[in-house]
Ligand binder design. Structure first.
Ligand SMILES: *Cc1c(COP(=O)(O)O)cnc(C)c1O
Length: 220
């Protein structure tokens, strides 16, 4: 315990205080060692995320089995098999074709999978992955045909900028989308607004995020 604590970062306590009981912490462990991950595991954290399936697979194999792994990076169809095998939730579902592919693999593995729809709401970075605001209802409606998926919310990335107002505008939009999805599909189904990274998580929390995904600020 004492050894692990050496690698813990004091930002952790600020993060926990900021989250209170309103939002959950998803620790982004990409590029981190198993020792670094275990330091947070020892502190009681169980929710970790990777953005690459290969790294997820390697880490899931050696780390405690009660870790809940989320996939947050772009998922290619040829990686869906391992993603379904090792992830508890795939946050980065950015098309209906991918959702269908996950459904098929879930049938094969006799599993259900939690997913989030990834939205791209920042106007600039046009080459970024993710659906657009106007695709939301069609995607949620279509997913009703995929009984092995539990679509439980959305994942959003803030714009790459230091401009707080612009970040806030995107996150406010995302929250509005989240609320309209809750109104339409029910807040029992739509529970998760995954929004906020190291640089912008206080803004995300102020805008109603229910889950922040933090890497850098916890490990550096
Ligand atoms: C890497 C990553 C994060 C964490 O970013 P930090 O700036 O390290 O906190 C969050 N979400 C996604 C999708 C990522 O790829």
């Amino acid at each position: 315990m004492a050894l692990y604590n050496l690698t813990m970062n004091t930002n952790y306590f600020a993060v926990k205080a900021a989250l209170q009981n309103n939002a959950s912490l998803c620790i982004v462990s990409k590029y981190r060692t198993t020792e670094q991950i275990l330091s947070y595991y020892e502190a009681g954290e169980r929710l970790f995320a990777e953005n690459r399936v290969s790294e997820l697979k390697e880490k899931a194999a050696v780390l405690p089995k009660d870790i809940e792994w989320h996939l947050i990076g772009h998922l290619q169809k040829n990686k869906v098999r391992d993603a379904v095998r090792y992830a508890k939730c795939i946050q980065s579902v950015d098309s209906y074709a991918l959702a269908e592919c996950i459904e098929k693999e879930c049938i094969r593995q006799n599993k259900t999978m939690r997913i989030l729809a990834e939205f791209h709401l920042a106007e600039e970075d046009a080459n970024k992955t993710g659906m657009r605001y106007e695709d939301a209802f069609a995607f949620f409606d279509a997913c009703k045909k995929l009984p092995h998926l539990r679509l439980c919310g959305i994942m959003v990335m803030g714009p790459h900028t230091e401009d707080t107002k612009r970040i806030q505008a995107v996150f406010t939009n995302a929250h509005e989308l989240f609320v309209s999805l809750q109104e339409r599909y029910g807040s029992t189904q739509v529970t998760t607004l995954s929004m906020g990274m190291s640089s912008d998580y206080p803004i995300a929390l102020a805008c109603g995020s229910t889950m922040v995904r933090l890497g850098t600020c916890l490990f550096e």
